[in-house]
Design a protein around this ligand. Sequence first.
Ligand code: PLP
Length: 432
Amino acid sequence: MTTPWNHRYAQRMQGMGSSVIRELLKLTQNPEIISFAGGLPAPEVFPVDAFQSAACRVLDKHGSQALQYAATEGYTPLRQWIVDYMARYGIEAAVDNILITSGSQQALDLIGKVMINPGDLILTEKPTYLGALQAWRAYQAEYTSVPIDDDGICIDMLEEALCGGPKFMYILPNFQNPGGVTLSLKRRKQLIEIADHYGVPIIEDDPYGELRYEGEHIPPLVVLDAERLNGHFGGAQHRRSGYSNGHGYMRGNVIYTSTFSKTLAPGLRLAWIVAPSEVINRCVMAKQGMDLHTSSFVQMTAYEVLQDDFLIHHVRTIRKVYGERRDVMLAALERYFPVGAHWTRPQGGLFLWVTLPASIDTVALMDKAIANHVAYVPGSAFYPDGSGRNTFRLNFSNAQPDMIEIGIKRLGEVLAEELEYTYEPEMELAFA
Ligand SMILES: Cc1ncc(COP(=O)(O)O)c(C=O)c1O
């Protein structure tokens, strides 16, 4: 008998079909193509030597523990390290508020598993992180979305979207993926007030916060929310929030997640959630059914690497390398992109976002880009409703500076040809 597998799949798989964009991106594997498509960190900055010696030390000192099953919550010394590290940014939490996850992609999936019923509405930015949309589609979420501009989510359009009664808001305040924009302090405070007013929790996804190349650090939403609770909203940036009353934080409206993927290496699959302990307990239950726990060996090795302020020094190197690549890409865009193309100027992170006149379809244009040996991600992939077809995302962390220059020149040629045929100056530029 041949099983008709199609009849066996769950309904939730219906929203998870293969997309045109995924098929197109497979073509970018060709080594002749300069790809700005992936969100890959630069392999040159991976701390390979530090991991090699740390792995040996872990196996020498704690070999059998590192290779044994372990607690779902994560390796306690690593959780404590995260608590101490986050306190530098004013996030006050206790070990009980931390769950180690296998990448922040798993954190998003866990949040979906714990919180989303079929048909629940989730409020996202427009555009937003594709991986979150994918993760929550599996739980049959519906989306409502609010455009972003250079200062992040457009607060003036938020309340209308909140009237739909979303389960939570998903916000990327720092160097947003894909937009590259950063939510201003003023809007962060407004967002916290509005979330409180409507009683809607915020999921704050912050993989890039450490990767700032210019400008001042802005307090995370989780810190501002703690300040709101403590009645000193808008205070000093690095003051400890007092959220926890010494017992882990208890009442917050924000679930925060971050990752070691962009600061150490994505192949570790190591990240964390910070949340009230009752939420952490639910996520622990959900994670048990997924993978029991994140690799003990990886957690212990990463903890060993992180000793002696390793991350503080290492992140300085990464900022220098990526900051330089961002500058090379911005200069190349000025040089080679035609009139009619507009782009964001990220203060950090890995991406910038290009908007073309409304008549250009960047999915269709990918064929021409690939023929000219360069690739991007068409913007519509990041729109819950599939709009944004005149936009695309560029990554600047992965390619070497000389390749960035050549790749942007190639892309500029493709755009110049296209815009010559289709650009009408009076056409309105739509960011969203
Ligand atoms: C906004 C955002 N969230 C989550 C992730 C997933 O990261 P991780 O490697 O920790 O799973 C990414 C990866 O690019 C991302 O950009």
